[in-house]
Write a protein that binds this ligand. Structure first.
Ligand SMILES: [Fe+2]
Ligand SMILES: [Fe+2]
Length: 200
Protein backbone atom coordinates (compact mmCIF):
# COMPACT_ATOMS: atom_id res chain seq x y z
CA UNK A 1 0.00 0.00 0.00
CA UNK A 2 1.34 3.46 -0.86
CA UNK A 3 1.34 6.23 1.75
CA UNK A 4 -1.40 8.01 -0.21
CA UNK A 5 -3.58 4.90 0.01
CA UNK A 6 -2.77 4.57 3.71
CA UNK A 7 -3.89 8.16 4.29
CA UNK A 8 -7.15 7.55 2.42
CA UNK A 9 -7.91 4.51 4.58
CA UNK A 10 -6.96 6.35 7.75
CA UNK A 11 -9.29 9.20 6.87
CA UNK A 12 -12.16 6.75 6.47
CA UNK A 13 -11.33 5.04 9.78
CA UNK A 14 -11.02 8.38 11.57
CA UNK A 15 -14.47 9.46 10.34
CA UNK A 16 -15.93 6.17 11.57
CA UNK A 17 -14.10 5.80 14.89
CA UNK A 18 -13.72 9.32 16.24
CA UNK A 19 -16.04 11.97 17.65
CA UNK A 20 -16.16 15.31 15.87
CA UNK A 21 -13.83 17.02 18.32
CA UNK A 22 -11.23 14.24 18.21
CA UNK A 23 -11.42 14.12 14.42
CA UNK A 24 -10.76 17.87 14.41
CA UNK A 25 -7.81 17.33 16.77
CA UNK A 26 -6.37 14.63 14.47
CA UNK A 27 -6.72 16.84 11.39
CA UNK A 28 -5.08 19.69 13.25
CA UNK A 29 -2.20 17.44 14.37
CA UNK A 30 -1.84 16.41 10.70
CA UNK A 31 -1.52 20.05 9.58
CA UNK A 32 0.96 20.79 12.37
CA UNK A 33 3.00 17.65 11.63
CA UNK A 34 3.09 18.52 7.92
CA UNK A 35 4.45 22.01 8.65
CA UNK A 36 7.00 20.49 11.03
CA UNK A 37 8.12 17.91 8.45
CA UNK A 38 8.45 20.59 5.80
CA UNK A 39 10.69 22.69 8.04
CA UNK A 40 12.80 19.65 8.91
CA UNK A 41 13.00 18.41 5.32
CA UNK A 42 11.12 15.24 6.23
CA UNK A 43 8.26 13.79 4.20
CA UNK A 44 5.07 15.80 4.84
CA UNK A 45 2.75 12.98 3.70
CA UNK A 46 4.32 10.67 6.28
CA UNK A 47 3.67 13.33 8.92
CA UNK A 48 -0.02 13.42 7.96
CA UNK A 49 -0.29 9.62 7.94
CA UNK A 50 1.01 9.13 11.47
CA UNK A 51 -1.09 12.03 12.72
CA UNK A 52 -4.32 10.57 11.34
CA UNK A 53 -3.38 7.20 12.88
CA UNK A 54 -2.35 8.31 16.36
CA UNK A 55 -5.64 8.62 18.27
CA UNK A 56 -7.75 6.18 16.23
CA UNK A 57 -8.30 3.80 19.16
CA UNK A 58 -8.76 6.44 21.85
CA UNK A 59 -12.53 6.16 21.93
CA UNK A 60 -12.69 2.36 22.00
CA UNK A 61 -13.70 0.81 25.34
CA UNK A 62 -10.62 0.36 27.55
CA UNK A 63 -10.95 -3.43 27.47
CA UNK A 64 -10.65 -3.32 23.68
CA UNK A 65 -7.72 -0.93 23.87
CA UNK A 66 -5.92 -3.26 26.29
CA UNK A 67 -6.72 -6.33 24.16
CA UNK A 68 -5.25 -4.66 21.08
CA UNK A 69 -2.30 -3.17 22.96
CA UNK A 70 -1.35 -6.56 24.35
CA UNK A 71 -0.64 -7.58 20.75
CA UNK A 72 2.02 -4.92 20.50
CA UNK A 73 5.00 -7.22 20.25
CA UNK A 74 8.15 -5.28 21.01
CA UNK A 75 10.89 -5.21 23.57
CA UNK A 76 8.85 -2.53 25.36
CA UNK A 77 7.47 -3.23 28.77
CA UNK A 78 3.94 -4.62 28.48
CA UNK A 79 3.30 -3.12 31.88
CA UNK A 80 3.82 0.39 30.55
CA UNK A 81 1.43 -0.30 27.69
CA UNK A 82 -1.35 -1.44 30.02
CA UNK A 83 -2.00 2.07 31.24
CA UNK A 84 -5.38 3.63 30.52
CA UNK A 85 -3.74 6.81 29.20
CA UNK A 86 -1.18 5.06 26.99
CA UNK A 87 -2.91 1.95 25.61
CA UNK A 88 -4.55 3.71 22.66
CA UNK A 89 -1.13 4.28 21.01
CA UNK A 90 0.07 0.64 20.88
CA UNK A 91 -3.55 -0.39 20.24
CA UNK A 92 -3.65 1.70 17.04
CA UNK A 93 -0.21 0.41 15.99
CA UNK A 94 -1.39 -3.19 16.43
CA UNK A 95 -4.67 -2.62 14.62
CA UNK A 96 -3.11 -0.79 11.66
CA UNK A 97 -0.21 -3.20 11.17
CA UNK A 98 -2.66 -6.13 11.37
CA UNK A 99 -4.74 -4.59 8.59
CA UNK A 100 -1.67 -3.73 6.50
CA UNK A 101 -2.56 -0.03 6.58
CA UNK A 102 0.65 0.99 8.32
CA UNK A 103 3.58 -1.39 8.34
CA UNK A 104 6.81 0.65 8.55
CA UNK A 105 8.36 -0.02 12.00
CA UNK A 106 9.51 3.59 12.37
CA UNK A 107 5.96 4.87 11.82
CA UNK A 108 4.35 2.24 14.04
CA UNK A 109 6.77 3.23 16.79
CA UNK A 110 5.72 6.86 16.38
CA UNK A 111 2.02 5.96 16.74
CA UNK A 112 2.60 3.56 19.64
CA UNK A 113 4.54 6.04 21.79
CA UNK A 114 3.00 9.38 20.86
CA UNK A 115 1.53 10.08 24.30
CA UNK A 116 4.63 10.11 26.51
CA UNK A 117 7.42 9.64 23.99
CA UNK A 118 10.29 7.29 24.41
CA UNK A 119 14.03 7.59 24.94
CA UNK A 120 15.82 7.32 21.61
CA UNK A 121 12.68 7.75 19.52
CA UNK A 122 13.14 8.43 15.80
CA UNK A 123 12.48 11.71 13.98
CA UNK A 124 8.92 10.89 12.95
CA UNK A 125 8.12 9.81 16.51
CA UNK A 126 9.48 13.15 17.72
CA UNK A 127 7.39 15.02 15.15
CA UNK A 128 4.20 13.24 16.22
CA UNK A 129 4.95 13.65 19.92
CA UNK A 130 5.45 17.40 19.44
CA UNK A 131 2.65 18.01 16.91
CA UNK A 132 0.12 16.26 19.16
CA UNK A 133 0.92 18.78 21.90
CA UNK A 134 1.39 21.85 19.68
CA UNK A 135 -1.72 21.78 17.51
CA UNK A 136 -3.69 24.99 18.01
CA UNK A 137 -6.73 23.28 19.55
CA UNK A 138 -4.68 22.22 22.59
CA UNK A 139 -4.57 24.20 25.83
CA UNK A 140 -3.92 27.92 25.62
CA UNK A 141 -0.99 27.44 28.03
CA UNK A 142 0.95 26.05 25.06
CA UNK A 143 0.25 29.06 22.82
CA UNK A 144 3.60 30.77 23.56
CA UNK A 145 5.58 27.70 22.58
CA UNK A 146 3.50 27.28 19.42
CA UNK A 147 4.11 30.92 18.46
CA UNK A 148 7.84 30.53 19.10
CA UNK A 149 7.91 27.36 16.99
CA UNK A 150 6.02 29.05 14.13
CA UNK A 151 8.41 31.99 14.20
CA UNK A 152 11.36 29.63 13.73
CA UNK A 153 12.74 29.55 17.28
CA UNK A 154 13.18 25.78 17.06
CA UNK A 155 14.61 25.54 13.56
CA UNK A 156 18.10 24.13 13.09
CA UNK A 157 19.82 20.86 13.95
CA UNK A 158 19.14 20.94 17.70
CA UNK A 159 15.67 22.45 17.30
CA UNK A 160 13.55 19.35 17.75
CA UNK A 161 15.34 18.36 20.94
CA UNK A 162 14.86 21.87 22.34
CA UNK A 163 11.21 21.89 21.29
CA UNK A 164 10.53 18.63 23.12
CA UNK A 165 12.36 19.90 26.22
CA UNK A 166 10.26 23.09 26.12
CA UNK A 167 7.01 21.14 25.69
CA UNK A 168 7.85 18.92 28.66
CA UNK A 169 8.76 21.97 30.77
CA UNK A 170 5.43 23.61 29.80
CA UNK A 171 3.69 20.41 30.82
CA UNK A 172 5.50 20.11 34.17
CA UNK A 173 4.76 23.77 34.98
CA UNK A 174 1.12 23.35 34.04
CA UNK A 175 0.66 20.18 36.09
CA UNK A 176 2.40 21.63 39.15
CA UNK A 177 0.28 24.79 38.97
CA UNK A 178 -2.73 22.54 39.32
CA UNK A 179 -1.16 20.46 42.09
CA UNK A 180 -0.97 17.38 39.86
CA UNK A 181 1.85 14.84 39.61
CA UNK A 182 4.09 14.56 36.57
CA UNK A 183 4.09 11.08 35.00
CA UNK A 184 7.32 9.17 35.82
CA UNK A 185 7.82 8.35 32.12
CA UNK A 186 7.74 12.09 31.30
CA UNK A 187 10.47 12.79 33.86
CA UNK A 188 12.57 9.88 32.60
CA UNK A 189 12.35 11.25 29.05
CA UNK A 190 13.07 14.81 30.25
CA UNK A 191 16.09 13.75 32.30
CA UNK A 192 17.47 11.63 29.47
CA UNK A 193 17.21 14.51 26.97
CA UNK A 194 18.52 17.22 29.26
CA UNK A 195 20.95 15.25 31.42
CA UNK A 196 19.15 16.71 34.45
CA UNK A 197 17.76 14.82 37.42
CA UNK A 198 14.29 16.31 37.88
CA UNK A 199 12.05 14.53 40.33
CA UNK A 200 8.29 14.47 40.74
FE1 LIG B 1 -3.23 10.21 22.02
FE1 LIG C 1 -3.74 13.28 20.14
Amino acid sequence: MTLTESLEQLNVLAQAMLSKSRLEHSLSVADTAAIMCQRMKLDTLTGRVIAMAHDLCKELPLTEQFALASGWDMADSQEAIMDSRLAHGPAAATMLSGRGILVQPELLEAVAWHTVGKIGMGMYAQVLYAADKLEPGRGAWRADTRAAWLSGAFDGPDGMRLLIVTLIEDNIRHLRSKGLDVAPSTLILYNSITGKNSKA
